[in-house]
Design a protein around this ligand. Structure first.
Ligand code: R5P
Length: 232
């Protein structure tokens, strides 16, 4: 089974958690897009949902496929968010933001009673950190923010390059109008300590560590689909 087929399988199982009338946070990325496609089929068949997208990209796909949308301002309390992830550890701590949507994704997940992650097996890791951690930063004072982040990392015994994310030769700009620094710190043994340290840096808007947000992960592999529940 190829990677896309696995994403579709995980998305299909996630669809089973969407109840009629649900207020639904809709994630960003290639796996979330498979979910949107399946959701759109159900909506065409009569399922009633109201979706809150986590990016302009997801919003555009929902509009194209006829998934009804709201905004988080109009619908500030959501029943469920379905989203992808870049890495998932056994406690369902996540790294997200490979597609640059981490800020809206985290706001939407936090506004949801439940977050379910969908992914293929390749996203499962014992310890977070092989995937560079996206850190969304204000454009102002980029260099100073970078130095402050490096100091936080050093304090925690972490090190590695911080790379300004680029697209077509210019810095990538998020939906919120910020830059992203991708932090290649390697293994992150204490994600909570890193999260706290990063939030103490004034130029940091958000980071891609999603801790204590996901209640379940639906993981597809060649052997089938399994659902992992958070134990906290
Ligand atoms: O910013 C993007 C999101 O956090 C995505 O959910 C994450 O990067 C996973 O994307 P994909 O399903 O394409 O691997």
């Amino acid at each position: 089974m190829d990677a896309r087929a696995l994403k579709i399988e995980a998305a299909r199982v996630a669809l089973g958690y969407v109840e009629d009338g649900a207020r639904l946070g809709i994630g960003t990325g290639s796996t979330a897009e498979e979910f949107v496609r399946l959701l759109a089929e159900k909506v065409a068949g009569g399922l009633k949902v109201i979706g809150v997208p986590t990016s302009e990209r997801t919003a555009a796909l929902c509009v194209e496929l006829g998934v009804p949308l709201s905004t988080l301002d109009e619908t500030p309390e959501l029943d469920l968010t379905i989203d992808g992830a870049d890495e998932i550890d056994p406690q369902l701590s996540l790294i997200k933001g490979g597609g640059g949507a981490l800020l809206r994704e985290k706001i939407v997940a936090a506004a949801s009673s439940k977050m379910i992650v969908i992914a293929d097996q390749s996203k499962m890791v014992e310890t977070l950190g092989k995937f560079p951690l996206p850190i969304e930063v204000n454009k102002f004072g980029l260099k100073a923010t970078e130095l402050a982040i490096a100091a936080v990392a050093t304090e925690l015994g972490l090190s590695g390059p911080l790379t300004l994310r680029m697209t077509n030769g210019t810095p990538f700009v998020t939906d919120g109008g910020h830059f992203i620094l991708d932090a290649s710190f390697g293994r992150i043994p204490d994600p909570r300590a890193l999260s706290n340290g990063l939030f103490a840096v004034p130029g940091v808007v958000e980071h891609g560590l999603f801790l204590g947000l996901a209640q379940a992960a639906i993981i597809a592999s060649a052997d089938g689909v399994r659902t992992v529940h958070a134990t906290r």
